[in-house]
Design a protein around this ligand. Structure first.
Ligand SMILES: [Zn+2]
Length: 334
């Protein structure tokens, strides 16, 4: 009895998170006015109305494209550092020196305040290290010259993220570029921590069935952030045991959150069809997108499914598929 009460409390807390925030309700209002499934678009220079992806937190040991961008930006500010995508002691020293020069706490850790001070607005005609960072993030030739090809890549990126598509890379576009799960890191625990930090992702704290077995979506991500495998359920079809969540799937959870706020109901836990990709840490389920429950009349589910495919999922099911009238399933290849 006590256990049941606790999960009901957890469930109502979840409902408040996903239905009560302004971000979600503004998304739902947008849906009435427009057939386009974009969330309310944060504009560069305007006050932030919707929380998109977070600035990544980088420190010694971090690696990947966001570290490469950091290094280019440090160079752009005149701090000497090699560009290798590895956050080592030389990068740390350059970060501390930059932080000191801006009156920031010189802790050598790059979070929101340091990123905000580091990024430089660039547009067509701009040149230099900051442009190289943008070009590498977008996968275009990194010659440091912001020409028409770079502008067109920026505009498509902005469109895909629900940003004002003006081709100008200001703070919000920078945050989307360096904070996007597809480009930040391949480290599993870091990805999971980014998911926990992402205000646009809600995670169920029990199974949809009501079972409370520590294999719920949130526990899966908490365990992964701590370097542990994610638990599987052991009722009905579920095989029990645990599994390391796949990094492609974790990156997919982050990149879809770049455009949609959503609630995930299950990752490795819960009972699914036998041999489901969930049990292999390759799939996540979603029952609410931009504050609207998934059904055939949800205005967002088709584009959400496409966002999963864009992030590499090849088993994408939703309303119209058997057994998926109220949730979207995104699964990555084995
Ligand atoms: Zn599923």
């Amino acid at each position: 009895m006590r256990q049941q009460k606790w999960w009901l409390v957890g469930l109502s807390a979840l409902m408040m998170v996903s239905c009560g925030s302004t971000q979600v309700s503004s998304g739902a209002n947008t849906a009435q006015a427009s057939t386009d499934a974009e969330v309310a678009a944060p504009q560069d220079g305007a006050s932030l109305t919707a929380q998109a992806v977070s600035w990544p937190v980088l420190r010694v040991g971090s690696s990947g494209q966001s570290v490469t961008s950091l290094q280019h930006l440090l160079l752009a500010h005149g701090h000497s550092v090699g560009v290798d995508g590895q956050f080592g002691s030389q990068t740390e020293a350059a970060v501390r020196s930059f932080q000191q020069s801006r009156g920031l706490s010189a802790d050598g850790i790059v979070g929101e305040q340091t990123w905000t001070a580091l990024v430089i607005t660039v547009r067509e005609g701009s040149t230099g290290e900051a442009v190289k960072a943008v070009q590498k993030e977008l996968g275009v030739t990194a010659d440091g010259q912001f020409g028409p090809q770079t502008k067109s890549a920026v505009v498509s990126f902005q469109q895909s993220r629900g940003l004002t598509a003006d081709g100008i890379v200001g703070p919000n576009t920078w945050r989307e570029l360096v904070g996007s799960g597809t480009v930040t890191t391949s480290d599993r625990a870091t990805l999971a921590q980014q998911i926990l930090n992402n205000g646009r992702i809600s995670l169920y704290t029990v199974q949809v069935s009501g079972v409370n077995d520590g294999a719920d979506a949130r526990s899966n991500i908490v365990d992964t952030a701590a370097g542990r495998p994610a638990k599987r359920s052991s009722y009905d079809n579920a095989p029990g045991g645990s599994v390391y969540l796949d990094t492609r799937m974790l990156r997919g959870m982050l990149s879809t959150a770049g455009v949609y706020s959503y609630r995930s109901t299950a990752i490795a836990g819960g009972s699914h069809s036998s041999n489901s990709r969930h049990y292999a840490g390759l799939a996540f389920d979603v029952d609410t997108i931009n504050g609207v429950r998934v059904s055939s009349s949800n205005p967002y589910f088709r584009n959400f499914m496409q966002a999963c495919r864009n992030a590499g999922a090849d088993e994408v099911l939703g309303p119209g598929s058997a057994g998926h009238s109220t949730h979207v399933h995104c699964g990555w290849p084995r």
